[in-house]
Design a protein around this ligand. Structure first.
Ligand code: FAD
Length: 432
């Protein structure tokens, strides 16, 4: 492995290029209106809405800010579901509920960029639009329908023909594609730091190194136990995503964890950028072995991948991802790997976001399914509304009890098999 590739314990691209991290309280309050467990996008967004509404809110984060997927992701802000078309959502839910959920997810990117503007967050936010090139004529037909569905829902989505996609990507293998003008990119760790600063500015409290073990009903309130200390809260929000340690196991075991690798190249030259990304739009195509890329502010390409076999994957995936970028984008020279990092995302069995009710005033939410930045902006708001006492019936995501997946420990193997199958299908259809 080239020595320039950072090991997983080393900094990510985001920690290497981040603003100074905000500083937080060292003491714990004995009581607060709402305790939020987990300081990722979901937890901090919920806390921000609650603090803005005048509630005393305390965020308890097990590690440092950015320890979870919110610090590890690639910063593509994409307002739709990775694995569910509007048509699929409408098959799963009654039409009214489906459209309410689609409207929620469709507005997710706008919500992210609005919060960034309202709170003055410096995170290289660029609402340039998100491109989804279609591989093959069948997929182009599916995307045309997707465009019609999103347009009907009032979203700024268009179909671009093959020539237009070529001028956006420099690639001539696509049969057209979709652009959602509300998508874009951010520096995720700076967005997270900005959300955290906004929470404290509005009177909320954040405490790092505070892993919550237990949440129990005690009299009329919730008693939260961490490292021998206790906090009493009127409501509790669990925002721990794929984690399964301590109280997080209540939610983390309801989905399938997926290890995702992210890779950043060394910076590209201006001429290449003008050819492959003239409007700096993030790209994610339709192949099962997804091809994605975006630029960071210093013109590094960022892409990602997964591994069927986790052994030695860090080095192998890092090199394979950059080789693929060089070959698919016909880069004039191999750009070299600058940094590789990895994180764990979570997929729910139906690929849709979840809201859980664990008790009276104790809620949780998982938004990821690959497009978590836009979704968590909405999910955090819904969790805050629940903590503020809003009735669940008025929300676009139904409340569930949170059933643990049987054989959760084996789900990474199932995910590896699914990936192997998807690659085989791509190979068989000549898409690799
Ligand atoms: C490698 C990777 C790339 C991705 N790329 C993209 C992308 O480009 N675009 C996109 O939209 N989405 C992407 N995602 C998904 C997106 O990052 C997530 O959906 C989103 O960050 C989830 O936010 P969250 O707040 O729910 O969870 P997290 O950010 O995981 O936060 C959960 C927090 O809970 C804390 N915690 C856990 N247990 C406890 C406990 N017991 N007590 C207290 N705290 C606890 C953790 O330390 C963590 O900070 C990616 C994910 C990964 C892993």
């Amino acid at each position: 492995m080239p020595s320039s590739i950072a090991r997983p314990t080393n900094p990510t691209l985001w920690t290497l290029t981040a603003n100074p991290p905000p500083e937080f309280a060292l003491t714990l309050p004995s009581r607060c209106d709402v305790a939020v467990i987990g300081g990722g996008f979901t937890g901090l967004t919920a806390a921000l809405h609650l603090a803005r509404a005048g509630r005393s809110v305390c965020v308890l984060e097990a590690g440092r800010l950015g320890a979870g997927a919110s610090g590890m992701n690639a910063g593509f802000v994409v307002p739709n579901f990775a694995k569910a078309d509007p048509a699929t959502v409408r098959q799963k839910l009654p039409r009214e509920k489906a459209d309410a959920l689609l409207s929620l997810v469709g507005a997710g990117a706008d919500q992210v960029f609005a919060t960034i503007a309202e709170e003055g967050i410096e995170c290289d936010a660029a609402q340039t639009g998100w491109l989804q090139p279609a591989y093959g004529d069948d997929m182009a037909r599916i995307l045309r329908q997707r465009v019609r569905d999103w347009t009907e829902l009032g979203r700024p989505v268009e179909f671009l023909d093959a020539r237009e996609i070529q001028s956006e990507t420099g690639m001539d293998l696509y049969s057209g594609g979709l652009i959602d003008h509300s998508g874009g990119t951010i520096h995720p760790l700076n967005y997270l730091y900005g959300l955290a600063s906004a929470v404290t500015r509005h009177g909320g409290m954040i405490r790092e190194s505070s892993s919550v073990d237990r949440v129990e009903r005690h009299g009329g309130t919730w008693r939260i136990t961490l490292a021998g200390q206790q906090v009493e809260a009127g409501s509790v929000l669990l925002a721990t995503n794929a984690f399964t340690g301590g109280i997080a196991s209540r939610m983390g075991r309801t989905g399938v964890p997926l290890r995702v690798y992210q890779v950043a190249t060394k910076p590209l030259d201006a001429e290449t950028i003008a050819r492959i990304s003239p409007h700096r739009r993030p790209v994610g195509d339709t192949r099962s072995n997804l091809f994605t890329y975006r630029l960071d502010r210093d013109n590094r390409l960022i892409s990602g991948g997964m591994a069927i076999n986790p052994l030695g994957a860090f080095e192998r995936v890092g090199r394979a991802v950059v080789d693929r970028l060089a070959s698919e984008l016909r880069l004039p020279r191999h750009p070299g790997v600058e940094v590789v990092w990895t994180g764990t995302a979570i997929m729910t069995p139906d690929f849709l976001p979840r809201l859980y009710r664990f008790g009276d005033g104790f809620f949780g939410g998982i938004g990821c399914n690959g497009r978590g930045i836009a979704m968590t902006a909405q999910l955090g708001h819904l969790l805050a509304r629940l903590a503020l006492g809003e009735q669940a019936q008025s929300l676009p995501i139904p409340l569930q009890t949170g059933r643990t997946l049987p054989f959760h420990r084996l789900t990474p193997i199932v995910a590896s098999l699914a990936l192997a199958h998807a690659r085989f299908e791509d190979w068989r259809a000549g898409r690799l």
